[in-house]
Ligand binder design. Structure first.
Ligand SMILES: Nc1ncnc2c1ncn2[C@@H]1O[C@H](COP(=O)(O)OP(=O)(O)OP(=O)(O)O)[C@@H](O)[C@H]1O
Ligand SMILES: NC(=O)c1ccc[n+]([C@@H]2O[C@H](COP(=O)(O)O)[C@@H](O)[C@H]2O)c1
Length: 324
């Protein structure tokens, strides 16, 4: 593994101390487990770790909110118990406009999680790989670290349990799973068949359309409605920063201070590295319409299957709050 030495996170705020001393060290690499629950609270449930893969350039409150939405959804609608949550920033080899160096992205994610959360962690493994790592490989890495190295979790009676690893993603990312050439068919089988995904609804993406071609993995797909619609994105934050506009309350203050201190995002960045996945042959099933209104797609969220055209009306607040 290639692991560069990131500059230590800097945060000069006197009003909001940034817990710099408690930030996990990034080099040499050690899988972070300091907030991973070792003992399950409810033995009748399946222990679950949520993993969000992304650019996080920069990390915003919406990235962090995804996890909170997921935990609520898991508690109210599933038989899982969340025992940990990880952000996994993509490596510098991923070609995407505005992708800042992994050093800075990992530092910002660490500041955000350590400052604002009691359970989220940042795993820098993917970020510091010399080559781009596909999401299927990243999930395997988490499974290895949590179940083989860490040893899974135990119940209060001392019984050892294997932790289920699942991807946490916005519906825009899941929509790309139906685009030819973006995801290898065997990777989709691995990610959705073996692991599974929690999908957070995102404005601008038709969730039903995004999951149509994924119906065969419906038992492993959970849809999470956004009850308070909020479309903060890293792209918009970068645009605001370039224009000298305030980004306060869109992301943790500590991350804003880090950006200001390092003079980040003042210019538009060209994509770095090379394209992420090698183009793969289109998934032969990707464009099959497997009955868009099937009752078989996520049993857990069937009422979210047919969003009206107007996204702001797609999940009436009252209906959403009574979903469980
Ligand atoms: N507002 C949001 N609602 C739901 N999901 C989101 C939101 N913002 C980000 N995500 C999800 O977070 C994950 C990481 O996303 P990423 O780092 O690419 O952020 P982004 O804001 O989409 O970035 P960019 O604007 O640079 O494309 C993805 O699964 C993405 O779908
Ligand atoms: N084939 C793949 O494994 C594949 C394809 C597209 C995106 N991704 C991942 O999705 C995440 C978010 O990507 P975007 O920022 O491009 O939406 C990244 O972590 C990226 O690695 C993986």
């Amino acid at each position: 593994m290639s692991s560069s030495n990131p500059p230590p996170p800097q945060c000069s705020s006197s009003s909001s101390p940034c817990l710099l001393s408690s930030l996990p060290q990034q080099s040499p690499y050690k899988f972070p487990t300091h907030r991973l629950k070792k003992t399950q609270t409810d033995a009748s449930k399946t222990p679950l770790v949520l993993v969000a893969c992304g650019s996080f350039s920069p990390v915003t409150y919406l990235h962090l909110r995804m996890f909170e939405m997921a935990v609520d959804h898991v508690r109210q609608n599933t038989e899982f118990e969340v025992v940990g949550g990880y952000l996994s920033p993509v490596s510098d080899k991923y070609v995407k406009p505005g992708l800042l160096s992994s050093d800075h992205r990992v530092n910002m994610c660490n500041l955000a999680t350590e400052e604002t959360s009691s359970w989220l962690m940042v795993d820098p493994w993917e970020a510091f790989q010399a080559e781009y790592q596909r999401t299927a490989v990243v999930l395997d890495h988490f499974n290895h670290e949590i179940n083989e190295v860490f040893g899974g979790v135990v119940t209060q009676d001392g019984e050892k349990r294997t932790v289920r690893i699942m991807l946490l993603a916005g519906s825009d990312l899941i929509a790309t799973m139906s685009e030819p050439g973006v995801w290898a068919p065997e990777d989709l089988e691995h990610i959705l068949g073996r692991y599974g995904v929690f999908i957070v609804e995102r404005a601008g993406t038709d969730v039903a359309a995004a999951t149509d071609s994924l119906a065969r993995w419906r038992h492993n797909i959970y849809l999470i409605p956004q009850m308070i619609h909020n479309d903060v994105s890293s792209t918009k934050v970068r645009l605001f920063l370039r224009r000298g506009l305030s980004v306060r309350y869109l992301m943790p203050a500590c991350v804003i201070e880090y950006i200001e201190e390092h003079g980040l995002y003042l210019e538009e960045h060209e994509p770095r590295g090379r394209p992420p996945p090698e183009p793969t042959p289109p998934n032969p099933d990707a464009n099959l319409n497997l009955n868009p209104h099937s009752t078989s797609i996520p049993i857990h969220q069937q009422q979210q299957q047919q969003p009206p055209t107007d996204r702001s009306q797609s999940i009436p607040f009252e209906e959403s709050t009574t979903q469980s």
